[in-house]
Design a protein around this ligand. Structure first.
Ligand SMILES: Nc1ncnc2c1ncn2[C@@H]1O[C@H](COP(=O)(O)OP(=O)(O)O)[C@@H](O)[C@H]1O
Ligand SMILES: [Mg+2]
Length: 332
């Protein structure tokens, strides 16, 4: 399965979420390839804590050079051997392979997706398809050449029979919702570009799902609010560990709680009106304090150490399950 990670803006959480998704898929026994097509800023090496390729691979053996035909094969790095993080090297016998195909250190955005680049891209994806259950391709933000390249390659006859999924990452704000809609449905967006590349619009749209990232806590609704009543005077009681069911610490005044719930409802309406409603969602991730400080893969041991929230790992695990579940991709 080819999974293309896209977003209209930078800083949406596309790479961090995609790496965590790759890790969870790998932990569930799948062989996963992570292909860094964020040509302007290849950061996957840093996320998997491989210091040698923190900002791309040196010596012109990365994806840029491969796509330009300057090197016959693209570099591959086994995360389980190369990561500086011990826990990533010891994933256990039941985990699958996790292989990173890094960009070039100092590589730049491509200016055009010409025929040579497209055919080398298709060849690469075809080779990976035979070896890996899931291939996650992190694309540069916006209506980029990377996006065009992916659309052109997947429209070629040799790749048409393979399953391709398009994940659109966005933050849970007004601007991000509108931007995500624009990336898919707007001028020169995914749908228009896809059609021009020869994709069937209906099939392409069916393969698009949205991921809401770093969704802030609104606090759990009290039974009174759920029935349409006002929020309780003192807000919902925090759980024993100081968190509410889904998110981080509860420390909101009643007025803030009421305002946030109202904003959240308005965002839900805006998302539905922009074709980003619940039926087109793959899932969402909660705000994770660790990720606000540091881009990384969240491990179970981070939760056991009470540093990361269990809800974050649950969200990544759920994304992995839904990605692989055929029911997620049924016609809506
Ligand atoms: N669930 C989350 N909670 C808090 N911060 C997050 C979350 N997911 C991602 N981030 C942070 O958001 C920032 C942007 O993420 P990144 O994956 O680099 O975005 P993109 O690839 O879209 O440019 C990073 O600092 C990252 O750690
Ligand atoms: Mg990124």
């Amino acid at each position: 399965m080819l999974v293309f990670s896209t977003s209209d803006k930078g800083g949406t959480g596309r790479s961090v979420t995609s790496c965590n998704l790759a890790y969870r898929l790998c932990m569930s026994g799948r062989n996963v390839a992570y292909v860094d097509f964020d040509f302007g800023s290849p950061t996957a090496g840093a996320l998997f804590e491989i210091s040698a390729v923190e900002r791309g691979v040196p010596n012109d053996v990365g994806l840029h050079s491969y796509l330009l035909g300057e090197t016959g094969v693209a570099a591959r790095i086994d995360v389980r051997t190369a990561s500086d993080r011990q826990a990533l090297r010891r994933m256990g016998p039941r985990a699958g392979k996790l292989v990173l195909l890094p960009g070039d250190l100092g590589g730049a955005e491509f200016l055009t997706a010409d025929e040579g680049v497209v055919s080398r891209c298709a060849e690469l994806l075809l080779t990976l398809e035979h070896e890996f259950k899931v291939i996650i391709v992190d694309l540069s933000a916006g209506r980029s050449v990377a996006l065009q390249l992916a659309l052109k390659a997947t429209a070629l006859p040799q790749l048409q029979s393979f399953t391709a999924r398009w994940l659109v990452y966005h933050r849970w704000t007004r601007q991000h919702i509108l931007a995500a809609n624009g990336l898919v449905h707007g001028p020169h967006g995914l749908m228009q570009m896809g059609k021009e590349c020869g994709h069937d619009p209906a099939a392409l749209l069916e393969s698009v799902r949205y991921v809401r990232t770093a969704v802030p806590p609104t606090t759990k609704e009290t039974p009174r609010q759920a029935k349409g009543g006002p929020p309780a005077k003192d807000g919902p009681p925090p759980a024993k560990d100081g968190t509410n069911a889904k998110q981080g610490p509860v420390d909101l005044r009643p007025a803030q709680t009421a305002w946030l719930l109202e904003q959240n409802a308005a965002l839900k309406r805006l998302a539905s009106a922009n074709q980003l409603g619940a039926s087109t969602m793959l899932g969402e991730t909660p705000v994770e304090p660790v990720l606000q400080w540091r881009e990384q893969v969240i491990l179970d041991m981070d939760v056991d150490a009470k540093i990361a929230n269990a809800a974050t790992v649950d969200a990544y695990t759920e994304l992995a399950l839904r990605l692989l579940n055929e029911a997620t991709w049924e016609r809506f």
